[in-house]
Design a protein around this ligand. Sequence first.
Ligand code: FE2
Length: 240
Amino acid sequence: MKYAILGDIHSNLEALKAVLADAREQGVTHYACVGDIVGYNSNPKECLEIMRDLNVKAVRGNHDHYCSHDENLSGFHPLAADVVDWTRRQLSEEESQYLHQLKYVQNVETFTIVHSTLDTPEMWGYVFDKLEAEANFNYQITSICFYGHTHVPIAFEKGDGIRSGLYGKIKVGLGRKYFINVGSVGQPRDGDPRSAYAIYDMMSNVIELRRVAYDFRITQQKIRDAGLPGRIAARLAVGR
Ligand SMILES: [Fe+2]
């Protein structure tokens, strides 16, 4: 079984299509999503339909949460709040219900998926450092947990202590725990504008981070055509 783990797609149809083409080339057979299918970019309905057609196992991201029901957006950055408001108006009742019934945490095969962190998933905390990862590990029962939310790929490995860093390929070791950020399909923020996602080959027990280029100029034009904030389009070119 070969899983593609996608996250933070954020309504970016061009990026999603490029990633799925790469995943198919790599022989991926199953799909999981660490949340935020919608928000920011201009194709929420299309991205949602594709992911549902793939029979994806998904958890709820903060944008999925706020885009799918009326709740005060005071905690949101004004730019993001504008798009949440816009996305709410695009989604059908049925699409909103799908997003809103997604769990915060889900076990898939032998691993776990969460958008933010296992200790308080509904608080939408960000895990950037070892201290934050440690809090997560206290609640992590499976050897591997994939997450998103920061849009920055990074791996934490817990053995005697916790090690962290960028990753290319990880051979999963016995008796160790891994908390792995798969990066963002639709709005990377690590300075690399290419989409990011991970492949977990359950036969060889290897996790690989993939980067895929796509034509973000099309996505940028669609954002402007939809009347969404120009800064959301601009950031796609620089991966911030
Ligand atoms: Fe996100």
